[in-house]
Design a protein around this ligand. Structure first.
Ligand code: DCS
Length: 281
């Protein structure tokens, strides 16, 4: 496979990253995961906009225009002949003598690679289990940063418990998943935490909110509590890799009838129709 390294296409064994790369030593960088369906990048513009936005928030300047960057992503997918898969791309502040404050002259290090991934169809049909876990992360969760230890520890705790995802909460208030956004549905209304510094404003979240508008489903971007989560009629999570994933059980307690909800399934169908439309093969 080809790897993109600072605008150059190289082979994996040609890639060398410094022992003092700031992404490696400080998590000083940001990333994106972009889905590929039938050889086409899905919501690439939105992901690239957020990539540049995240970089700007931590004062990293991407040395390419968005158009050039978009073309590089597209070429990488073509060269690696990815039909269904994803692109992982990250930028770090670069290689410099280890010091916490920004080194004088560093140039950002951008690495992108692809992998083949199939859609998680069985899990989307059956639904998954989740576990409440205290949200111990910092207060800039709106930045898609490489600072993922809080997310990693939460996901690990969930997996040790046999759960697919952690439902993070600050005190009683549910924020989001360790690598997803979270939604509860009650009496036909969808509730989800508002886009703020406490969550990542997911691209899939934005697609869902648009689909709800088209379907005439009311969405309240207001946070709900753990207790309210357990009383929801339906519950689901979303991310680029999980798409719309029903959550049928939280901490061992069934949500609704303990099976994927009807409105969740309606949203999944709308998401798939939209996906096929925008990713014309
Ligand atoms: C903390 C967090 N919240 C929400 C999301 C959902 O955002 P998107 O809808 O834009 O994907 C992600 C995605 N995390 C990426 C997506 O897939 N794998 C990841 O690590 C995430 O890491």
């Amino acid at each position: 496979d080809w790897i993109l390294h600072n605008g150059e296409f190289i082979r994996e064994n040609e890639l060398n990253v410094s022992k003092e790369d700031r992404g490696y030593q400080f998590g000083d960088g940001i990333y994106e995961v972009i889905r590929v369906y039938e050889g086409n990048l899905f919501t690439a513009a939105e992901h690239i906009d957020r990539f540049y936005e995240s970089a700007e928030k931590i004062k990293i300047v991407i040395p390419f225009t968005k158009d050039v960057f978009h073309k590089q992503m597209y070429d990488l997918v073509e060269m690696n002949e990815i039909d269904n898969g994803q692109v992982y791309v990250q930028v770090t502040r670069g290689d410099a003598i280890r010091q916490h404050h920004f080194p004088q002259a560093t140039s950002p290090v951008i690495v992108a690679y692809t992998k083949k991934v199939e859609r998680p169809v069985e899990m989307m049909e059956a639904g998954v289990k989740a576990k409440f876990i205290e949200d111990i992360r910092w207060l800039r969760c709106d930045i898609k940063s490489l600072n993922l230890l809080g997310n990693v520890l939460a996901k690990q705790e969930a997996h040790e418990d046999g759960s697919y995802e952690a439902i993070l909460h600050r005190g009683e208030v549910v924020t989001e998943g360790s690598s997803s956004n979270m939604y509860g549905l009650k009496n036909g209304v969808i509730y989800t935490h508002p886009a703020s510094n406490l969550i990542l404003n997911g691209i899939t979240r934005r697609v869902i909110l648009n689909l709800c508008k088209e379907l005439g489903i009311t969405v309240q971007e207001t946070a709900f509590t753990k207790t309210e989560a357990l009383e929801m009629d339906e519950f689901f999570m979303s991310s680029t890799t999980a798409e719309i994933m029903p959550i049928i059980q939280i901490d061992g307690q069934d949500i609704g009838d303990g099976v994927p909800g009807e409105l969740t399934q309606k949203l999944q169908q709308a998401f798939e129709a939209n996906l096929k439309l925008t990713v014309k093969s």
